[in-house]
Design a binder for this molecule. Sequence first.
Ligand SMILES: [Zn+2]
Length: 638
Amino acid sequence: MIAVLIRASNNQPVTLGKQIANSGEGIVSETNLSGYLAKIYHNPTLERIEKLKVMLANPPVDPMASQHHISIAFPLDLLQDQSGAVVGFLMPAIRDSRELYTVYHPSLRKKKAPGFNWYYLHITALNTAWIIQAIHEKGYVLGDIKPQNILVNDRALVAVIDTDSFQVCDARTGKVYLCHVGSEGFTPVELLGKDFSATYQTEIHDRFRLAVLIHYLLFGYHPFSGQWLGVGESPDQTELIRQGLWYGGKNNSIRPSQNTISLDVVHPAIKQCFLKCFNDGHTAPHLRPTAQEWRMALKVGLEDLIVCQNSDSHYHSQNYGKCYWCERTTKLGVDIFPPIPGSSIGVKTATGTTVLRTPNTADPTQLLQFLPRQIQNPRKYWQVLMGIGLGSLAITTAAGMNLLSQNQSLTSSSPIIPPYSSSVPSPNHLVNDSDDCAPESSNSNGCKGTVKDPKKAEQAEMELLKQEQERQSALVAKEKQAVAEAEQEQDRQLVAEAEQEQDRQLVAEAEQARLEAGRQKRERQAALRLERTRQTAIRANERAEIEQARSEAGRQKRERQVALRLKQSRQARIGAERRRQIAIKALDKTSSPQKHKHQERSINQDANSVNSAKPWESRVLIKRASDDLENIIKGEKP
Ligand SMILES: [Zn+2]
């Protein structure tokens, strides 16, 4: 595998990244250039490279360019290896889109895109017709129109991929580079059984393919189906196409089945296109509606849609007079546009009746107002729509080369539906309408290749038919297998992503819990410390109070003691004085004056010693002096 390549236009180095798809033709990879993918051929033949050069010189005008949407993954530059040899090409990546069948297949839609109602399907069909018109206008034939080669995003914007398989005509030399591939169920009757690598195609063949695709979008199934009323078992799809037997045809072999959605539910302009393509176009391919005619019919049909008054998920044609989806739900017990839980789509009055807000085709912003509210936020709406996150919108099938990138998210701020153009440019530059597929009446051998020969021819035809049936059955089985595998892979990715998300959430929750536990622990510790401090303070206060009380009690005791002593001392003095006076009165007046004087002095001395004794001096001293005085009074003492 070549790792580093060079852009032919400017010598810029291009490094190949993750491989996105691998087909028989080549490998599609991401590149170091953001928004660009590379397709590298396994066998870059001169024919392929010349074809690319013609394409590079004549790119189609992208009708969605003004909406910042790439609708054609057209080659942008050649890629060379180190020796200068062209090995492939650079093209734009189509982001955040998924294959068309996801939105029209009822069970897939329910699972992957539950919000994609009939309104969106009409817009998707219209945008598809518009892009194909733009491609036809440059003279290209798509050749391999199939749901796997058309991607759709949340805004119902469509993109055509696998463009290098187009049939390309070099206007300068007239050389035509054929489209070598075709798909079961999308091949018009006139090309059935032909070798594509040797068959020149026209835009008229694409018209059949486009009609089948639009039928898929609006009804969810192939038009060449229904209840078989003919002899024996129902022929396979290719044989039904060959015979022009479809449920809306003028035949008695096949009729709409119980599950078939009536053609009357679409706007008459759309119904008319289907009838023209599959009835008239069966024998006169040039009568099939062009991409532009489809676009116009779809525009009319789109403007006629209103929201049902019973379900916001139902959009139905006003022309039909009632909600077909309600009718069908009652009849079959299955709603293919079931309500989306928690959503409110549509416009209703206070009384509950539906109000039609006719989109103004001249002003796309008015059309937006008619869109469900959820789509005003594309990211959110896509998630509702697809029922999944944005990371895994891209899918890859073994059947086709999907060129979308997986890792980008939507950046647009509002959903935009491309404005309708009123100009009607010629759809056909390459061929005229009565090319090699002229009506059978004029050239039955050329288109049908029918041989009239009774028994042998019938046997041979039966044998061929049987072989063809087997081959087609195998093809159908292979395709189904590829789709199933793609779905399984997608489901696996979804589950893996959901699990990863769950794991991330669990880890985050555990971390949160750990942090919360830590916080709680710290809080508890802080509370504990606070409580301890508080208790310490309380105890200190109590101690201080006790101490204070204690010292107060001591002081009071001391005061009481002092007061007592003072009292005692006062009483002692009073007593001593009284006794002195008594002693003096009792003095022997008869004794000599000297003796009398002496006695008096002695009495006074004792009294003085009592009086002079400090209150706190020994009570013994006071008592002794008092006793002396007492003795004096009693005459026991001199
Ligand atoms: Zn309804």
